[in-house]
Design a protein around this ligand. Structure first.
Ligand code: ADP
Ligand code: MG
Length: 925
């Protein structure tokens, strides 16, 4: 019988595995918006989103409501890594009558304790008597929290049942009670708390009162976690193995669907005591557990807690002994009447029996003191039962912990999780093997997780002060972050204004008289038709002005378009050397390409995608206005680029090609997409730079003769704002980035939007935030000072990480030699999002001006149009296109705009321009 009893109290490993799985399922259920109401493991959000980082400083008051006490604590932090906080305690006994009395009396009592404590601490230090003291309230009952300082009591437990509190905000109740303690000195009003009611008024000069604000409420488990967080490494899990049992941990905030918080992490109070209330633990529930449950004040509830909480372990042993005696397995022939009384076998008895390693003398002494007459064998068996009960409690704690650890590891997408676990409570401190079991069993169940256990030295009070301190630090930080980012955040009205300005600049650029003074050049391209699909032939194409220089052959046939291409490198020395050198190099590349492709027998028509601003005077005549994007070859500006290329061909005596058309990459992109979609009448580039083109009515193009038909206009919108019209939206960061480019003051719009600059803007913001101690604890990274070290593709990576920031961002941070905390990476993501959102929105404002103008040109109520888009930023950034399209809808609601991605657009497009020109020429003949 003894063996059977012991077996029933030991849960096999396979069963623990199953239980771990159930716990994880219940955790997910508790976090999900749809199912959380049914979940037994409540997974209550705590609104604590950060662990201490050591910079916290100031004085913080804590009041902790315990079973029989109210503990008050004043903690002073020095911003020194929290190594040596200064602490003052006072503990007040809580009269029994209050636990079951009126709610108001309870809170008045707590407020009175606070007031008395302050009288003794603050009055001994008059210099601090005018401080505003933030207070953290440790309230170890189940609450539905909706903010850090807003928590509705769901139910009392642990012998409390004060009236009129369930369903109310306990923070508000405490704050009101504290306010009531006020003595209105000189009519100050407000909630000034007298240091001590009843002290002789002469002891307080007028105004010597302390303002107390309840800023945070938390569970004791959370307090423990935060207490343990002070030792350098953040502690992200806490277990309280005491009268009751509970656990909390830092969850990815986006998984906590019951809150709006989506970035970073939030501490979740699991309330795992209720695990099993749906019957899932019934098969391991022993008859002794069932008896304990029946005799409790809440039968059927908190099944897990009743197997592991120290309030119950003595009771489980007592019922096991009663049952075994009835079965005549122990205490044969002696009376065990004393065991009939609930609570006689206390947790202390259990621990004394369990921890007594040498012989049974001590066990006998304990049992005899209880009034039993054990035989030697009885003593041994009682000890076995006690060990089984306590061992099971430790094992089940370990199983719950394993579920938490595996869940954390999975949701953080980590292969291994290293984490610190704060532990507290009577079972932990009283049972030396507890930690050992916690470690070994959780290792067996979650081998992918490595937990380090930290004892909580000062209980939850110090942690509560930390929570309060962190809350204030974060609130202050949030204000500063918002201040830094505010200029980068544009309202719809701001964007509407940008749209209107763009429209104005477009008109000026189109007007013959005003063109010279417009920042948006609105260059005619001499492309007047988009493709109609009947174009045919083989064409050469060049693509210069992007990241790569490419030579292509484009074969346009009935079956469709096929292409081959080759990428050639243009060394910086050539980009920034002489014009002759540059164009000679280009011809060399073409010759090489034609040889490789066996294209030497014919003279092929060539379309040239040249992505720099040109004043075009014909399809094959284009004067370079200025270099951009890092090019600066001499002797080219003001020259006809087509002629420069032809001259180079002549120098090299290359006859295999004939330059037919020069196009901008925006035009190429529009044409390439236009081959498949006739509605495509806009081209957009968001890559290294940004630019757009669209089909404008000839009658509006003042800079070209003729009023019939349309012509594609290369807007060169990158230069929008170069005349100062956008000065009001430029931020400090934009100005710094602009000043460090090779063309300061130029391409101002582009510098807010395109790939060449976004990383730099982010880098400037990160540097300022580091300076302001908002990032990396203020430690500057020498690497971060390096220009262009923060690449625009980093924005894509960082913004893609959904709550999993650390893992994804780590590689980038390593590259930058940055030591970033989790919060740092969350803030970095916010910076990236702000910068890329602004870029997409500004781009949308520009496009809105274009589509609205086209709609008006055509006298339509509703315009349907497509935009051909190219550029790696647009294509690869996870949100750019969505943000752009959404903003465009807001700004131009009467336009129905679709977006087409151009594949190999600029090369194909150049060939198509040549082909369309061919077709038109053939049609003329
Ligand atoms: P170009 O505009 O020169 O023809 P691309 O369209 O390829 O060339 O754009 C290159 C730009 O795209 C670079 O400036 C780079 O910053 C940016 N970029 C590259 N990869 C990414 C990415 N994954 N996410 C966002 N931007 C990127
Ligand atoms: Mg390109």
């Amino acid at each position: 019988q003894i063996q059977r009893a012991l077996r029933s109290l030991s849960v096999p490993l396979e069963r623990l595995h199953v239980m771990k799985g159930h716990m994880m399922e219940d955790m997910c259920k508790g976090l999900s918006r749809q199912t959380h109401m049914q979940a037994k493991v409540r997974m209550l959000p705590t609104y604590i989103c950060s662990t201490p980082n050591g910079t916290e400083k100031g004085s913080f008051l804590v009041v902790e409501l315990c079973q029989n006490q109210v503990r008050t604590l004043l903690v002073t932090l020095y911003g020194d890594g929290n190594m040596s906080p200064h602490m003052m305690y006072k503990i007040f006994d809580l009269p029994d009558s209050i636990r079951q009395g009126e709610g108001e009396a309870l809170f008045d009592f707590i407020a009175h304790c606070v007031s008395q404590f302050l009288a003794e601490t603050i009055s001994s230090d008059p210099s601090r008597s005018e401080e505003h003291l933030p207070l953290g309230f440790v309230f170890p009952f189940t609450c539905r929290q909706t903010q850090l300082d807003k928590a509705e009591l769901l139910s009392w437990s642990k012998g409390f049942s004060c009236s009129g509190v369930v369903g109310k905000d306990v923070v508000q109740l405490l704050q009101s009670a504290i306010n009531k303690q006020e003595v209105g000195a000189n009519g100050t009003g407000g909630h000034w708390l007298s240091p001590f009611k009843g002290w002789k008024s002469s002891q307080f000069a007028s105004g010597q009162f302390c303002k107390v604000d309840v800023v945070a409420l938390m569970n004791d488990t959370v307090g423990t976690m935060m207490t343990c967080s002070m030792e350098g490494r953040p502690c992200e899990v806490a277990i309280v193995a005491d009268k009751g049992s509970n656990c909390c941990f830092m969850a990815e905030a986006y998984l906590v669907e019951t809150t709006e918080e989506t970035s970073g992490r939030m501490c979740v109070n699991t309330e795992w005591g209720c695990f099993g209330d749906d019957g899932i633990l019934n098969d391991i529930f022993t008859p002794y557990d069932a008896r304990v449950d029946e005799e409790s004040s809440n039968p059927g509830e908190k099944r897990f807690e009743k197997m592991v909480g120290t309030l119950y372990l003595g009771e489980i042993v007592r019922h096991a002994l009663i049952a075994l005696t009835a079965e005549k397995a122990i205490f044969t022939g002696t009376s065990i009447a004393v065991l009939k009384e609930k609570g006689v076998f206390t947790m202390q008895h259990v621990l004394d029996v369990v921890n007594n390693e040498d012989g049974i003398t001590e066990v006998r002494r304990i049992l005899e003191a209880l009034g039993l007459q054990p035989s030697e064998r009885d003593c041994g068996r009682v000890q076995q039962i006690c060990r089984a009960v306590v061992g099971r409690a430790a094992t089940l704690h370990a199983t719950g912990l394993a579920a938490i650890l595996s869940y954390m590891c999975q949701t953080r997408e980590m292969e291994t999780l290293m984490v610190s676990v704060g532990v507290e409570g009577e079972l932990y401190t009283g049972y030396p093997r507890f930690e050992e079991i916690l470690l070994s069993v959780s290792r067996l169940l979650s081998p992918e997780c490595i937990a380090t256990f930290l004892p909580s030295r000062d209980g939850s009070g110090r942690g509560a002060a930390m929570v309060t301190a962190v809350a204030l630090r974060l609130a202050a930080q949030r204000r500063e972050v918002d201040e830094v980012l505010a200029p980068l955040r544009l309202s719809l009205a701001d964007l509407g204004k940008v749209q209107a300005l763009m429209r104005e600049e477009m008109e000026r650029g189109l007007g013959k008289a005003t063109n010279a003074s417009a920042s948006v050049r609105m260059l005619p391209t001499y492309v007047s038709h988009t493709p109609d699909g009947t174009e045919r032939g083989n064409f050469l194409a060049l693509d210069l002005g992007g990241t790569n220089f490419r030579v292509l052959v484009v074969r346009i046939a009935e079956e469709g378009i096929s292409m081959s291409s080759e990428i050639y490198v243009i060394p910086v020395a050539i980009m920034q050397g002489t014009g002759e050198g540059l164009f000679d190099h280009i011809i060399d590349c073409i010759i090489d390409f034609q040889l490789k492709q066996n294209l030497v027998t014919h003279t092929l028509p060539l379309g040239f995608t040249f992505s720099f601003p040109c004043q075009q005077v014909g399809l094959d005549k284009a004067l370079l206005l200025t270099w951009t994007k890092g090019f600066s070859a001499s002797g080219c500006v003001g020259q006809d680029v087509v002629q420069l290329l032809r001259d180079a061909a002549q120098r090299k005596q290359h006859l295999g090609m004939e330059v037919v058309a020069l196009v901008n990459d925006t035009v190429g992109t529009m044409m390439a997409c236009g081959y498949d979609d006739p509605k495509c009448e806009i081209g957009l580039i968001v890559g290294t730079g940004t630019n757009a083109c669209y089909m404008e009515e000839m009658r509006n193009v003042g800079t070209v003769e003729g009023d019939e038909g349309r012509m594609c206009i290369n807007m060169e919108w990158g230069a929008f704002g170069d005349n100062g019209c956008l000065d009001h939206i430029f931020t400090h960061f934009d100005r710094v980035v602009d000043e460090t480019t090779i063309n300061p003051g130029k391409q101002r719009f582009e510098k807010l939007i395109s790939g060449m600059y976004l990383g730099e803007i982010v880098r400037q913001i990160l540097m300022v935030m580091t300076e302001k101690q908002l990032l990396f604890q203020g430690r500057p990274s020498p690497k971060l000072q390096t220009k262009n070290i923060f690449q625009t593709k980093f924005l894509s990576t960082i913004e893609l990480s959904n709550g999993l920031a650390l893992r994804q961002i780590r590689a980038i941070l390593n590259e930058l030699e940055l030591d970033a905390s989790f919060e740092d990476s969350v803030l970095m993501r916010e910076v990236c999002q702000t910068v890329s959102l602004r870029a997409a929105q500004l781009c949308a404002a520009g496009l809105a001006a274009v589509v609205e103008k086209m709609r008006e040109n055509r006298g339509l109520d509703q315009l349907s149009v497509s935009v051909g888009v190219d550029g790696t930023l647009y294509k690869l950034h996870p949100r750019f296109s969505t943000n752009l399209q959404k903003t465009l809808k807001d700004l131009a609601p009467n336009c129905n705009v679709s977006f087409l991605l151009s594949e190999d657009g600029s090369g194909k497009g150049a060939a198509l321009v040549a082909a369309v020109a061919n077709r038109a020429a053939n049609a003329m003949q």
